[in-house]
Design a protein around this ligand. Structure first.
Ligand SMILES: [Zn+2]
Ligand SMILES: [Zn+2]
Length: 230
């Protein structure tokens, strides 16, 4: 009973956040994953830079991967209450660990890198949010809001589709095919109208189509943190 209540609360929270993400530009799952990454980095920098378990994790993963290291820099530079010192403190452990590993370095096996902790957070968020979105699409009102949104990128169409209830799958596939078919027309029209002998101006959708193609097939990237406060 308690578990059921917990599941209902989790689902209604997920509904609120996903609805909000669907009102913003681009893929809603990409946005939710990115928010989870930023929240984790901020929390660690704000209150866990003295936590031995976090230090151990940072040491064995040799810090963060390239993408998440860049995100940590952005969080430090733009968010309140976190400072470069927190990053220095965590990376002290990582650098010392790598240096120790190099002391008797003979082969690459002497330096085995564990997965970046923010990559793990991202994978979990991706799985969780995809599952929720698939489940929520069974609700006609939610589904209508989804259809009005920018929709999913290809990697997240695949993750939502594979976890979605059977009755949702056909609709989701038809929606995604429709989006790609429209994109294809826009991409072709943009090229045609760019020709010197054609004097028709491209539409806003056609002008935006090359950027849409980049995120639609590859996933979203964000030039700055999505969360600004707290
Ligand atoms: Zn996505
Ligand atoms: Zn990473």
């Amino acid at each position: 009973m308690k578990e059921k209540k917990h599941e209902e609360t989790a689902l209604s929270l997920a509904t609120v956040y996903l609805e909000k993400a669907m009102q913003a530009p681009g893929c809603p799952i990409c946005r939710r994953v990115r928010e989870a990454e930023e929240r984790w980095i901020w929390n660690v920098l704000y209150e866990l830079t003295g936590d031995p378990k976090v230090h151990e994790r940072f040491a064995t993963s040799f810090g963060l991967c390239r993408e998440h290291a860049a995100l940590m820099a952005q969080v430090v530079e733009t968010r309140e209450l976190v400072t470069p010192t927190g990053t220095a403190r965590l990376y002290e452990s990582a650098v010392a660990h790598v240096l120790h590993g190099l002391a008797n370095f003979r082969t690459k096996k002497g330096l085995q890198r564990e997965e970046c902790p923010v990559c793990v957070v991202a994978e979990e968020a991706e799985e969780r949010e995809s599952w929720f979105l698939g489940k929520l699409l069974a609700d006609p009102a939610f589904c209508a809001a989804y259809e009005k949104s920018d929709g999913l990128c290809l990697p997240h169409f695949l993750s939502v589709w594979s976890g979605a209830p059977k009755k949702v799958r056909a609709k989701l596939l038809a929606d995604f095919q429709g989006r790609l078919a429209r994109l294809l027309v826009h991409l072709r029209e943009l090229q045609r109208k760019e020709r010197f002998d054609v004097h028709e101006p491209p539409t806003p959708e056609e002008i935006a189509s090359w950027r849409e193609a980049l995120w639609r097939l590859g996933g979203m990237s964000y030039p700055a943190p999505l969360i600004r406060r707290g």
